[in-house]
Design a protein around this ligand. Structure first.
Ligand SMILES: [Zn+2]
Length: 197
């Protein structure tokens, strides 16, 4: 089983002591309480739902890579609610080249950037090792969260930017229908928690 955690961050059964187990239980309770508050649901209901999805050992499941802090997380009921709140036709800000990408996950701005000692067309990915460099938007679709407990991270929607006069704006107009197709094919596909990959 692969994991986003570095190897030395993985914990094995032999490593854990009684007091560590107790602190994990506190950590799990804290996650369920904060997620319950965010979702306006009973924390016990959240706990039961998360447990029903858990297929591996709890310290590696209840990890920040899977259940991050919810501060700043954008809430939408479902994909339609999200599409009402975000104008996807304006595109998404790539955190690396700063230009506008039609895809919220993989930069398609066409801007040339220097990476790995060469010049390439920017292809930054929101799901790569460095995610969105802290410049993206984390999103939770609340209606189905208990069935698909996953907080997604995408490039920051241009329509939510407060300063629209940023440099390197996408020079052309985005085809809204095409952008919508890209989004619906990619956004919130029913992914398992990252460590299951
Ligand atoms: Zn880019």
């Amino acid at each position: 089983m692969g994991s986003l955690l570095k190897k030395n961050e993985m914990i094995t059964v032999e490593d854990i002591t009684d007091s560590e187990r107790d602190s994990w239980i506190e950590e799990i309770a804290s996650i369920c309480e904060s997620y319950g508050k965010f979702l306006a649901l009973d924390p016990m209901l959240v706990f039961e739902a998360l447990e029903s999805k858990r297929t591996f050992w709890y310290p590696n499941y209840y990890h920040k890579a899977n259940f991050p802090d919810l501060e700043g997380v954008f809430k939408a009921r479902d994909i339609n609610d999200l599409l009402k709140k975000i104008d996807i036709s304006q595109g998404f800000r790539c955190p690396f080249c700063k230009a506008v990408s039609k895809s919220p996950y993989k930069c398609d701005s066409g801007i040339e950037v220097e990476r790995g000692g060469g010049i390439i067309k920017c292809n930054w990915k929101s799901y790569g090792l460095f995610n969105t460099l802290g410049r993206g938007l984390r999103i939770m679709l609340t209606d189905n969260f208990l069935n698909n407990p996953f907080v997604d991270e995408i490039f920051y929607p241009v329509s939510l930017e407060t300063n629209n006069a940023r440099p390197n704006q996408f020079p052309g107009k985005i085809d809204a229908q095409r952008a919508k197709t890209i989004i619906l094919n990619g956004l919130f596909r029913n992914r398992s928690p990252k460590t299951l990959k």
